[in-house]
Design a protein around this ligand. Structure first.
Ligand SMILES: [Zn+2]
Length: 438
């Protein structure tokens, strides 16, 4: 699968975290089911936004892109998201993009203007397929910017001729740089080959980005992606959470305050195509759910390696056959993660009830099922009560704040610890942490 990655010009927002989680869940479930997954996801390391930031801060583009790419992988790791099997960078493929653009010009599908090279969408069979709109209705909504020399308002830039001060590459049309839509079509076909299985990204990429990738592949005579998967957006109120709206809490901030597994659970509780709302309330709800899962792991001293068990090994690991069947049925229905998560929490309830009634073997069988099925979604249960480094640091800062009688700061840190699933107790010896009882 090829998943459109990040343009690295700023710290990631929570929507980027959802994107990474959506495809991580798909990949993990496929691998759980016995499918080998090649997961290619690009990094856009040259783009208007990177150029603008570099210019504003008096730095080079590679410096800006390198800094924010590092921040991104740090967040990916904190979310427990598997890194892609391959991460192509746009700047490493410019020569191949130039070759594609030349080929599209040769085939009569693209034309040169004073500003660059454009693809003529009139040449594309079924343009608008991913937007579920006809060429005529798309054209009615499009407009040409003043000074643009496009033949049709929907035509898009494959190559942009250099403006002063911008990074440039050589091309048959003089110095310039590739358009954004060209990198993914080149890198996906190069690394995965013709007719690869799945292409994904956020629903905001379906049109025009993915449509324009498809258009180039068609005009190139290549067999492009056989399936498309688009996930919903993250909203705050009714608005899409995007950097351009400036209303985001960054993913980095969220992960400083909350266990990345809680955000995964929040994401899993919505269908991947639905929008989700990230608010203190929805997050607190997820933290509580996670605490219930971890409490179960403690009650039965579950082995963390249960998270690695695949469907093939589920029977031998002691997973309840009926529970596995229900889980697979939900997930095979277009990744119904809300249904799968509900089934897992029903097992949690039954495991605890069985143990309460003294039926320890039955309780353990159901608890093992929980650990394996949650693991298939990338959710690892933590049985340990030992305080992790991050929480220990918060405890140290809270004790400092209390010693300085900075009650506001102490309360703030208490809330952060509680968000991480801890019960916070004030003792004569300072802050003590416990886990919620089952
Ligand atoms: Zn892309």
């Amino acid at each position: 699968m090829y998943v459109c990655g990040l343009t690295v010009y700023d710290v990631p927002h929570v929507g980027h975290g959802r994107a990474a989680l959506a495809f991580d869940v798909l990949r993990r479930y496929l691998e759980f089911s016995g499918v080998r997954v090649e997961h290619v996801s690009n990094v856009t390391d040259i783009d208007d936004k990177i150029i603008n930031r570099a210019a504003a801060e008096g730095r080079s583009e590679p410096e800006v892109a390198g800094e924010y790419e590092k921040v991104w992988w740090h967040a990916v790791d904190a979310l427990g998201v598997l890194r892609p099997t391959e991460v192509p960078h746009a700047t490493a493929y410019v020569e191949k993009m130039v070759a594609l653009v030349s080929e599209l010009v040769r085939r009569g599908a693209a034309y040169e203007t004073d500003e660059g090279v454009y693809l003529s969408v009139d040449k594309v069979d079924g343009y608008g397929l991913l937007a579920h709109q006809s060429l005529d209705s798309l054209r009615a909504g499009a407009r040409v910017e003043v000074g643009e020399q496009k033949r049709s308002p929907l035509d898009f830039a494959l190559w942009k001729k250099a403006k002063p001060g911008e990074p440039i590459w050589d091309s048959p049309w003089g110095p310039g740089r590739p358009g954004w839509h060209t990198e993914c079509v080149v890198m996906s076909l190069e690394l995965l080959g013709d007719g690869f299985d799945l292409h994904g990204g956020g629903i905001d990429l379906a049109f025009p980005h993915h449509e324009n990738e498809r258009a180039q592949a068609l005009c190139w005579g290549r067999d492009f992606a056989h399936h498309w998967m688009h996930h919903g957006m993250v909203t705050v109120g009714a608005e899409k959470m995007s950097k351009s709206l400036g209303n985001f809490t960054t993913l980095t901030e969220l992960l400083e305050q909350t266990d990345g597994r809680a955000y995964r659970l929040l994401v899993l509780r919505a269908h991947y195509r639905s929008p989700i709302e990230v608010t203190p309330a929805t997050l607190a709800d997820a933290v509580e759910g996670l605490a219930r899962l971890d409490a179960l792991a403690r009650r039965f001293s579950l082995d963390p390696s249960l998270a690695e068990v695949s469907a093939l090994g589920a029977h031998d690991a002691g997973v309840d056959a009926e529970a596995l069947e229900r889980f697979v049925e939900r997930m095979d229905d277009d990744l119904d993660t809300p249904g799968a998560v509900a089934a897992i929490f029903e097992l949690v309830r039954r495991a605890n009830a069985a143990a309460d009634a003294g039926e320890d073997d039955e309780g353990r069988r159901l608890a093992v099922s929980v650990a394996v099925l949650a693991g298939a979604l990338g959710l690892r249960l933590v049985a340990g009560t030992e305080v992790d480094d991050h929480s220990a640091e918060l405890v140290r800062r809270r004790d400092e704040a209390r010693a300085a009688r900075d009650w506001g700061e102490a309360d703030d840190i208490r809330r952060q610890l509680e968000a991480g699933g801890w019960v916070v107790e004030d003792t004569a010896a300072g802050t003590k942490l416990h886990r919620h009882p089952g």
